[in-house]
Design a protein around this ligand. Structure first.
Ligand code: CTP
Ligand code: MG
Length: 167
């Protein structure tokens, strides 16, 4: 029972604000691009798929998730973790787009590992100072889960017409 909590349930609970912050823009994003269509050389700074609304709603819903979690007795620290994960998630996501554009890759093109894991690594790195991270096995579970969820949610979003490409 304890192992189930440590390796699966707690890691899921801990990373949920980052997952929500990362997934929400697919549903609620769109509109004005964050870079206002500005370019560095021939390529957009971030590209049209990184929008102001996606960023704002992603961060807000991520923080809301952490806030709700922090109400549970003993988990008040999730308020801070949620804030850090939400900002970290989006900084990682924007960093990924920035790098892809500098490499001349179009918005929505796929870049293995970076697409799946940069938001995740940034979220964990940002939240680390607040302590209470899952243990090594829990983190390993999240690495595997994040790869699988990324594939599934993107394919699902494509089927539901929320995304133009299934990756
Ligand atoms: N999205 C958004 N605003 C953001 C981030 C994401 O509106 N700040 C929405 C966009 O509709 C985007 C979708 O979420 O197409 C999926 O995001 P992601 O896969 O991170 O972007 P890509 O479309 O793959 O673009 P890039 O090549 O820049 O990563
Ligand atoms: Mg993508």
């Amino acid at each position: 029972m304890n192992a189930l909590f440590d390796f699966i349930l707690y890691p899921l609970f801990y990373i949920l604000p980052a997952y929500i912050a990362n997934g929400a823009p697919v549903i609620f994003g769109g509109g004005k691009p964050l870079d206002f269509g500005k370019k560095i050389g021939k390529s957009y700074i971030f590209g049209p798929n990184k929008t102001i609304r996606g960023l704002a709603i992603g961060i807000m819903l991520g923080i809301a998730t952490g806030t709700l979690e922090s109400i549970l007795p003993g988990f008040s620290y999730m308020l801070v973790v949620g804030v850090l994960e939400s900002f970290g998630t989006h900084l990682g996501d924007l960093t990924g787009s920035f790098v892809k554009r500098r490499l001349g890759m179009e918005s929505g093109s796929s870049m293995v590992l970076m697409d799946q894991y940069l938001f995740f690594v940034f979220a964990l790195a940002f939240a680390y100072p607040a302590g209470n991270m899952p243990n090594v096995y829990g983190l390993l579970f999240l690495v595997i889960l994040t790869g699988i969820l990324h594939k599934l949610t993107n394919a699902g979003a494509y089927v539901l017409n929320l995304k133009k490409v299934p990756w």
